[in-house]
Design a protein around this ligand. Structure first.
Ligand SMILES: O=C(O)CCC(=O)C(=O)O
Ligand SMILES: [Fe+2]
Length: 337
């Protein structure tokens, strides 16, 4: 076949793929595309696996045309969405990609891709469960960024990795102060397991200053991408009100769910402190959902290893929270068993 003919066949194949891609976007994203008028927003028909590597391949290519304000490429879906900061950059990308068919090293094999203008600021419908926000309206939830330094974060990881991790179904854990009894979601106050190692002291001091609480139980969770913790409320009776959770290494989102159906994904940056007080502590369930990515401000954030340190204070006496319908105080009342 001549080179000319080969090119024609190749472009015909690409055109067919494009028509199929548009149908898919209409079906999944429920939007009609506006193909002709230049717009900052672009649907990308990348025909790849949408893996993390594919995401980075696309991102570095698209950045050649100008700064992006959004890029969402989801695993297992062969189209994505990008938004340029300027119309000019989007137009250069559109013209260059659709006229010169650059071949990118996608998985499973290198191939060209196409882009389409869209007038709609889009969060991919198929990725909407993973959209999270920097401040969600959960009463009593406090998030403080940059609570610890990068140096101390590094030290915590090194020290924790010297100690044995206990594997659970979807993550690994360590406990300090008192052992945590899974199932009962409690501790045995009669049998303190171990004290806190000295390298925890700076955190204990900071939390004491912040909340006036001397925390005495610590659960450390270690999550790899895709790991999770099921929805739960930390039992009221064994622990006092304020739970303080320090996050290190990777970013993640935590899902807060109320029994009335409200649900919010809170983005948690590394080295931040998240405190659950009042309703956030006693009423809302929290969980880390099984995912490898989160979407924040229109951008895909791939999860990495994340460690959390949850500080709790053992409660002496019954819980007297304002939420008896959510409280387990009856189970722990004196004389009951
Ligand atoms: O990993 C986290 O931030 C949450 C941990 C947690 O909810 C718990 O250990 O009870
Ligand atoms: Fe918890």
């Amino acid at each position: 076949m001549s080179e000319d003919k080969r090119m024609k066949v190749y472009l015909k194949g690409l055109k067919k793929k494009k028509i199929k891609g548009i149908e898919l976007i209409k079906r999944d994203e429920k939007i009609e595309l506006w193909e002709e008028r230049p717009n900052c927003g672009l649907f990308i028909l990348h025909y790849s696996e949408g893996s993390e590597d594919d995401y980075h391949v696309l991102r570095s290519h698209l950045l050649q045309y100008g700064p992006l304000s959004s890029l969402i490429i989801l695993s297992g879906i062969n189209y994505g969405y990008a938004c340029y900061e300027s119309l000019e950059s989007a137009a250069i990308a559109y013209e260059t990609i659709n006229n010169s068919y650059p071949i990118l090293p996608f998985s499973p094999k290198p191939h060209p891709f196409t882009v389409l203008y869209t007038p709609i600021q889009h969060n991919l419908q198929l990725g909407k469960d993973s959209i999270c926000y920097e401040n969600v309206p959960v009463p009593g939830l406090i998030i403080e960024k940059d609570f610890i330094s990068a140096e101390y974060e590094q030290l915590l990881v090194e020290e924790l990795d010297k100690l044995p991790w206990n594997p659970l179904a979807n993550r690994r854990v360590q406990h300090f102060g008192f052992d945590f009894i899974y199932g009962a979601n409690s501790i045995n106050p009669e049998t303190p397991s171990s004290g806190f190692p000295a390298w925890i002291n700076p955190l204990l001091t900071d939390l004491q200053l912040k909340f006036g609480i001397s925390y005495d139980q610590l659960t450390v969770n270690d999550y790899q991408p895709g790991d999770s913790i099921p929805p739960h409320i930390d039992s009221h009776s064994p622990f006092e009100e304020i739970l303080a959770c320090i996050s290190i290494l990777g970013p993640i989102s935590m899902c807060f769910r109320n029994t009335d159906g409200r649900e919010f994904n809170q983005f948690i940056p590394p080295r931040s402190m998240l405190a659950m007080t009042d309703e956030a502590r006693y009423v809302w369930k929290h969980s880390i959902q099984q995912r490898r990515h989160d979407i924040v401000n229109g951008n895909l954030v791939h999860r990495k290893r994340r460690i959390s340190l949850t500080f709790r204070k053992i409660r002496i006496g019954p819980c007297r929270c304002k939420y008896p319908e959510f409280c387990d105080r009856d189970r722990y009342e004196e004389g009951s068993n």
